[in-house]
Design a protein around this ligand. Structure first.
Ligand SMILES: Cc1cc2nc3c(=O)[nH]c(=O)nc-3n(C[C@H](O)[C@H](O)[C@H](O)COP(=O)(O)OP(=O)(O)OC[C@H]3O[C@@H](n4cnc5c(N)ncnc54)[C@H](O)[C@@H]3O)c2cc1C
Length: 503
């Protein structure tokens, strides 16, 4: 049920293991929040995730041989272009180059960066390992024990339990360096003041390990390759095929019924849709209270996707570096906190920090030769507003994002030839992301590891319904383009159905 990237990963592994697989997707294309379409003639628009980072820390691409099915990754280097508008700097794949340039621009901050990487690389590696396995009750402890850094365990633990904004301050004295790193950590949703949120910053060393990459042709290159692989391994994929009900027989999952009434029987059903969508497709008596109590949150990001007739030109431009990596554009830390304050009050941020992405800089198939695609991800935007609704407030939010970007690259608005505005409501209505949360559920500690989506369902099985499996961002390790949940769910499924696993 659903053809998001995680469900497709499960499908491909299951088909490869010899199971007969059918994938049923509600939308007209596969991929869910990892899909791409030509929405403006000549310009390829991603609908959801664009920066492929975490999937590079998994064996999914190699094990499923996705390059044979058309997946070609291009590494972004520099990976990030950090800027307050006046003093841009870059995070290169090579840590030493990053350190060197940081020390030249902001004396001492390169050394701080080196210390930060040395302290937290073992921890980041341990996190990546845990992401690739089904969660266990002692994960937090394991994460700490496996992080054999120089620091004492006590120092390490006390930092892991802190808000990431505080940990960033411990390492980086210059706000021009600290604010963009904090802004990147804010991408998972929780604000820099949340206790227990430090891991969102502390896994930063993983960027230097796995890199930041883009599939050729757009983000959907990944899910198209997964669909091709599934079909090559014998599976079938159906689009415009929304699932209305998950069918049960004698308490077991026995198949699905589509919105048009067609039924398909099966030995097992896997849902890769949002946990609330899965729950809604089941008879109420098999939906535990815990499934209804999950914290979906209140949105947090929105995106303005632009087709431009010219290339992006920053005020302090370095060609081509400024256009390649993710632009971590933030004036100062106060800007992020102010935005979060407005969000808590139910208001769209007036002056948002931005992640700017212009991947036509490294992929000429995304836009005409003189043109550019530019995605502006901004925070924070509540799904539920304290005044008005998204129908009446979208234009104002769009204007504010464009204005905020003009601070970095004036004149961009004159280049616009087409656009897509994705508010939290748009994300819910078009991608099935309840309340506009791109991570399905809040990525707070109470909903991570064995607590995701809720304890009894943390092993990718629906409690009390044999034969019903779950995967996707609603399960461990959560949102993001990773495929680890899809792979772990496949391990459980194939083991149950074949008694031998897929290896
Ligand atoms: C705007 C945006 C920007 C993002 N940026 C990044 C980024 O740069 N990097 C990153 O790592 N992550 C990013 N993310 C997050 C990441 O893309 C998602 O967390 C992830 O793709 C979720 O994948 P999934 O497989 O779990 O589920 P989904 O992609 O949510 O897939 C669920 C699928 O189920 C389908 N479905 C729902 N109901 C039914 C039904 N009844 N019957 C059949 N099918 C159904 C949906 O249509 C969908 O295709 C972003 C997300 C968004 C939306």
């Amino acid at each position: 049920m659903g053809a998001g990237h995680n469900a497709l990963v499960t499908a491909a592994y299951a088909a490869k293991a010899g199971l007969k697989v059918g994938v049923f997707e509600k939308r007209h294309v596969v991929g869910g929040a990892v899909s791409t379409e030509e929405l403006v003639p000549g310009y390829q628009f991603d609908y959801g995730g664009s920066a492929h980072i975490l999937i590079r820390m998994t064996p999914v691409v190699q094990e499923l041989e996705l390059s044979r099915y058309g997946l070609h990754y291009t590494d972004l280097d520099p990976m990030f272009h950090a800027s307050n508008g006046e003093d841009p700097w870059f995070v290169y794949r090579d840590a030493e180059r990053t350190i060197h340039e940081l020390n030249e621009k902001f004396p001492g901050q390169g050394d701080a960066y080196r210390r930060f990487l040395a302290d937290w690389t073992p921890f980041a590696d341990a996190v990546a390992d845990l992401f690739n396995t089904a969660p266990g009750p002692l994960d937090m402890g394991k994460m700490i024990l496996r992080s054999k850094g120089e620091m004492s365990m006590q120092d390490q633990l006390s930092r892991i339990l802190r808000p990431y904004g505080d940990v960033a301050k411990e390492y980086f004295s210059d706000e021009r360096v600290r604010a963009p790193l904090t802004w990147m950590a804010a991408q998972s949703g929780p604000p820099p003041t949340d206790p227990l949120s430090a891991p969102f910053l502390l896994w930063h060393p993983l960027y230097h390990r796995g890199g930041v990459a883009r599939p050729k042709g757009g983000s959907g290159g990944l899910t198209k390759a997964l669909a091709r692989a599934t079909e090559a391994y014998g599976g079938e994929i159906f689009v415009n095929a929304g699932v209305r009900r998950i069918l049960l027989e004698n308490g077991r999952a026995a198949g699905i019924e589509l919105e048009d009434g067609q039924r398909y029987t099966a030995r097992a059903v896997v849902s890769g849709a949002h946990i609330l969508t899965t729950a809604a497709a089941l008879p109420p008596e098999v939906v535990p209270e815990a499934a209804k109590r999950v914290r979906v949150g209140n949105g947090f990001g929105m995106v303005l996707r632009l087709a431009l007739k010219g290339k992006v030109k920053y005020r302090n431009h370095t060609e081509p570096d400024s256009r390649i990596g993710l632009g971590l554009l933030i004036k100062n830390e106060q800007q992020l906190m102010k935005g979060y304050g407005e969000f808590l009050a139910g208001e769209p941020t007036k002056d948002p920090p931005i992640i700017a992405m212009s991947f036509s800089a490294i992929d000429d198939s995304l836009a005409p030769p003189d043109g550019e695609v530019l995605w502006l991800w901004a925070q924070y935007y509540p799904y539920e507003l304290s005044s008005g609704d998204w129908k009446t407030r979208t234009e104002e939010a769009r204007e504010n994002i464009l204005n905020a970007f003009e601070h970095y690259a004036p004149g961009t608005r004159d280049q616009i030839v087409g656009e897509l505005v994705q508010t939290p409501l748009w994300l819910e209505q078009n991608l099935g992301l309840h309340r506009g949360n791109v991570m399905h559920l809040e990525m707070s500690f109470d909903q991570m590891f064995s607590f995701r989506p809720f304890m009894a369902a943390s092993q990718y099985k629906w409690p009390g319904v044999p034969g019903l499996y779950i995967t996707g961002a609603s399960t461990h390790p959560g949102g993001g383009i990773m495929g680890a949940s899809g792979r772990s769910a496949a391990t459980v499924l194939v083991k149950d159905l074949t008694r031998r696993g897929w290896k």
